[in-house]
Write a protein that binds this ligand. Structure first.
Ligand code: F0G
Length: 417
């Protein structure tokens, strides 16, 4: 039987109980399956004939059979072999899993399709989240799709313009909190505890993690049922690295893959409590009071799923690394210019981390590595424009355009001869 379980004291809760933290010890929850039962269901099903997407894995999701699925066609994103990036960093086989190809432009849609489907199943009418941007954009879209009221709390002035535009156009009530993400999250946690009529869809909600675990499944299926040697992934609130690891562990448990990758989390230097804990071999994180980075999506000082993330990294014999804003922006430009993949700064942190870890000899040159690009570059046009050369303004004349391009006109050339 599928149920919710505390990651610490293992207390069990029904999947239809609305509970965000363990009532006994206060820790966070995860969804647990009975693998024998799941294997049996899968054997008699046609799941392998479905297209690559979150809902290919319908039976791996803790959703009742009769559920009305709220979907915009998420998942099934490209796993792009990136030869020029490999040459640049010194690796033979690198792939970029481009989550910017999802309906609202980030991996959050994988979690929201399942989370909002669950919300509808539970009879919720009002959904809420705190967000650095992408979660709010995604929740706003899925709430619109399901006809639910949506409220999002964002840190004032610190979210990228594209994401704000998405939340607003989808009709969410947008509250800009004069504070950072960590404070906004505390408020929504309190609100959801206090007002049972609002359903919380931050990544402590284990149903969101279930959707996001499909990212791990897809990577293995795209590599012909083999796990890569390593997955490099940006870490903010730490839900996604935990989700990907959960997916991989489940595929392993079910016998679909024989090996597991080293989970490698990348944080921005100014917001890196998890990387710090890994580097100092600590069992606790020290929250960063004033997190700062150009990668606003991962500007988070007190990641709520830190325990799951630290566990994923340690269990998989992976590691964590920090990257500076300069390294992030360089990596963003590099990926856009040599692979044609435009990602937002937070996503570029995985590329920056890859570069650093190969250079330092932590990632071996023969490793098969997948970098997760978590969100589309158009989410944050301002940061992109700021770091590029300005467009050249020219008169509306062919000669002016030729001059700007350094092309000599035909007439001049004829004269020269
Ligand atoms: N990359 C992007 C583009 C993100 O938006 C986020 C998180 C992450 C990476 C980190 O993922 O939190 O699961 O470790 N954004 C959240 C938000 C916090 O509110 O949109 P994580």
């Amino acid at each position: 039987m599928v149920h919710q379980e505390c990651i610490n004291c293992k207390a069990k809760y029904d999947i239809d109980e609305i509970v965000y933290f363990c009532k006994k010890c206060g820790d966070i929850l995860e969804i647990k399956f009975d693998f024998k039962e799941l294997a049996q269901t899968l054997e008699g099903s046609d799941w392998k004939t479905k297209p690559l997407s979150v809902w290919r894995y319908r039976y791996f999701m803790p959703i009742h059979e009769a559920a009305h699925v709220v979907t915009l066609n998420e998942g099934g994103t490209g796993l792009h072999r990136s030869r020029r990036l490999g040459d640049e960093v010194g690796l033979k086989e690198v792939y970029v899993k481009n989550e910017g190809e999802n309906p609202t432009g980030s991996f959050k849609d994988r979690g929201m399709t399942v989370g909002v489907t669950k919300a509808v199943e539970l009879g919720a009418r009002h959904v809420i989240c705190a967000s650095t941007g992408n979660t709010s954009a995604s929740l706003a879209a899925y709430a619109a799709r399901a006809g639910l009221k949506c409220t999002v709390l964002i840190p004032s002035g610190k979210i990228a313009y594209g994401k704000l535009a998405q939340a607003m156009i989808h009709g969410a009530k947008v509250l800009q909190v004069r504070g950072n993400f960590d404070q906004a999250l505390e408020f929504v946690l309190k609100l959801a505890e206090k007002h049972k009529s609002v359903y919380l869809l931050n990544s402590i909600n284990p149903f969101r993690i279930e959707g996001q675990k499909s990212l791990g499944y897809e990577i293995c299926e795209q590599l012909n049922n083999v796990a890569p040697d390593r997955i490099v992934i940006p870490v903010g609130n730490a839900g996604n690295i935990s989700a990907v690891w959960k997916g991989l562990s489940e595929f392993h448990e079910l016998g679909f893959i024989k090996t597991l990758p080293k989970m490698t989390g990348i944080q921005a230097a100014g917001s890196a409590p998890i990387a710090q804990a890994i580097k100092t071999n600590s069992n606790k994180i020290i929250p960063v009071k004033h997190p700062e980075t150009v990668a606003t999506a991962i500007r988070i000082g007190a990641p709520v799923s830190w325990k799951k993330a630290v566990n994923a990294i340690r269990e998989s014999h992976g590691t964590a690394e920090t990257v500076t804003d300069e390294e992030i922006l360089d990596a963003q430009k590099l990926l856009a210019r040599i692979e044609g993949i435009f990602v937002e700064p937070a996503s570029a942190s995985s590329i920056a981390g890859l570069k650093k870890l190969v250079k330092n000899g932590i990632i071996g040159k023969d490793e098969r590595v997948v970098c997760i690009a978590t969100g589309h570059g158009l989410k944050d046009p301002d940061t992109a424009v700021k770091q590029c050369e300005k467009p050249i303004e020219v008169d509306a004349e062919i000669s002016a355009i030729e001059r700007a391009l350094g092309l000599r006109s035909q007439v001049t050339m004829a004269f020269a001869r």
